[in-house]
Design a protein around this ligand. Structure first.
Ligand code: SAH
Ligand code: SF4
Ligand code: F3S
Length: 454
């Protein structure tokens, strides 16, 4: 009889990477493996320990290699049959070298080869030798594989893979390839499927969601897709989100589709990267700071309650204090709800990585701290405007934290504009993930709101 096996998939990257993990999990479940918790996996219960890696910054790479040696210890002590399978962007980047750097890895499968995982695992189990298979390009959308989704009420849906841009700091295009768009019929079938299975929220994923359709010569397809989501509201689809649009390709039709489609949420993640036009040019971002700010104006004119978040890189090669001041100026003016701020990290094979005018670490650190301080101040100011207001929250967990002896629970969820909110309910309140509730905010902290159920 076949031994009942367990798997665990660890995600180290972005949302696209996390969604790929759901497909990896789906593939492993089709092989007959059952999920176990991270804690159990680290005790040796997992027969397949898959790690879905990221390579966007150097520290992401370092994390992986340390982690594999820790897993090998667990394998040696508790489960000699454990297969350590490494996929994702770092696997795509390092290929065979991954086995040289981490000899304890059993399977290396990259970004394009999720469908090849069963074959590689079986071969590794049989031969006890490391199996590496990295495909050079996408042959099958991971969306065609079955998925073991982490959440029933909130589902990711990939609309495109890869990226046609050439941002000079970025390694992603070399690991994810050129943009490939899924057919709209396939995307809509998946929306129908997840909604029929109880999804109340979906998030469309792509490196550049707003160029969706360009492969078929249909530039307006993303706005059409958003508008189409109104049809599913009656079936329970309450909230639609997406990440990330690119400012250079951002058009009014997307803003209007957001404004006029009731279940598309007023939140937008749009990476600025830098406020300096010189740096933006050298990054090959194809827009100037003024255009970025004009997009924000257009968004706020049409969607007054929109919360905009962003990504910013500090310390791009050649960035002067004046360039950095420009970033501070744009951040001040843009009023982002929050920002992911990154210190520039040299990536092999990129144009910016080959430059000689890299900025010393101490200067990058010092600028990074100044930017963080400014954005934290703006974030808190905005959060404070919610005190006393009532917000609609989608419950994301019913495993509340017990607060005190008074039989109260703290649950959490997100507002329409994607702010994390904690709220207190009495024990026994029947709420399930995906339910919408009204919460009166009585306290605002930088990264969450706290309130009570109305
Ligand atoms: N496709 C997405 C972003 C993917 S990477 C987009 O363009 O919107 C996520 C973020 O990582 C980027 O927005 C950028 O801010 C950051 N990033 C990418 N390469 C980086 C590097 N070499 N150093 C530091 N941050 C980087
Ligand atoms: Fe990287 Fe630029 Fe493509 Fe985003 S748009 S994935 S930052 S190359
Ligand atoms: Fe995502 Fe990291 Fe790859 S950010 S696309 S997992 S390099």
């Amino acid at each position: 009889m076949k031994k009942q096996g367990y798997y665990y998939v660890e995600t180290l990257g972005c949302q696209m990477n996390a969604h790929d993990s759901e497909r990896i999990a789906g593939v492993l479940e089709e092989m007959g493996y059952k999920p176990c918790s991270e804690e159990e996996a680290l005790e040796g219960k997992a027969d397949i320990f898959a790690i879905n890696t990221c390579a966007v910054r150097e520290n992401a790479s370092n994390k992986l290699y340390g982690h594999v040696s820790q897993l090998w210890e667990i394998k040696r002590k508790n489960n000699p049959d454990m297969i350590i399978a490494v996929g994702g962007c770092l696997a795509q980047k390092d290929k065979e070298n991954m086995v040289k750097r981490a000899p304890d890895v059993d399977v290396v499968f990259g970004t394009y080869n999720l469908q090849g995982l069963p074959k590689l695992i079986k071969k590794a189990q049989k031969t006890r030798k490391a199996q590496v298979e990295i495909l050079p390009r996408l042959v099958q959308f991971p969306s065609e594989l079955s998925a073991a989704r982490q959440s029933k009420h909130s589902a990711w849906i990939s609309i495109s893979m890869g990226c046609n841009n050439t941002c000079t700091y970025c390694i992603v295009p070399s690991l994810r390839g050129r943009e490939r768009d899924r057919r709209i019929g396939d995307v809509l079938s998946e929306v129908e499927e997840v909604v029929a299975n109880g999804a109340k929220e979906i998030t469309f994923l792509g490196q550049n969601v707003n160029t969706y359709g360009s492969e078929f010569g249909d530039r307006g397809l993303f706005a059409k897709l958003l508008r189409k989501m109104a049809d599913y509201e009656k079936d329970g689809l309450k909230r639609v989100r997406f990440t990330s649009p690119h400012p250079a390709a951002f058009t009014e039709d997307v803003v209007l589709a957001m404004a006029e489609t009731p279940n598309v949420m007023p939140s937008l993640h749009m990476p600025l990267q830098s406020g300096s036009d010189k740096v933006l040019r050298e990054m090959r971002r194809s827009y100037k700071s003024e255009r970025f700010l004009n997009i924000l104006k257009m968004v706020r004119q049409n969607i007054p309650d929109a919360a905009v978040t962003t990504d910013i890189i500090v310390g791009f090669p050649g960035e002067t204090e004046e360039d950095f001041q420009e970033t501070l100026r744009v951040v001040e003016e843009a009023r982002f709800a929050s920002a992911y701020t990154f210190q520039y990290s040299i990536r092999p094979g990129t144009l910016a990585g080959a430059r000689e005018d890299q900025i010393p670490k101490e200067i990058v650190q010092e600028r990074f701290e100044r930017l963080l301080e400014l954005q934290n101040k703006i974030t808190l100011e905005q959060q404070k405007t919610f005190e006393g207001k009532t917000v609609e929250v989608m419950v994301n967990s019913n495993h509340g934290r017990k607060d005190n002896q008074q039989k109260e629970l703290t649950l959490s969820g997100y507002t329409r504009d994607a702010r994390l909110t904690h709220f207190v309910v009495s024990e026994g309140t029947k709420l399930i993930p995906g339910d919408l509730v009204n919460v009166e905010v009585n306290h605002a902290a930088p990264y969450h709101l706290v309130g009570t159920l109305k």
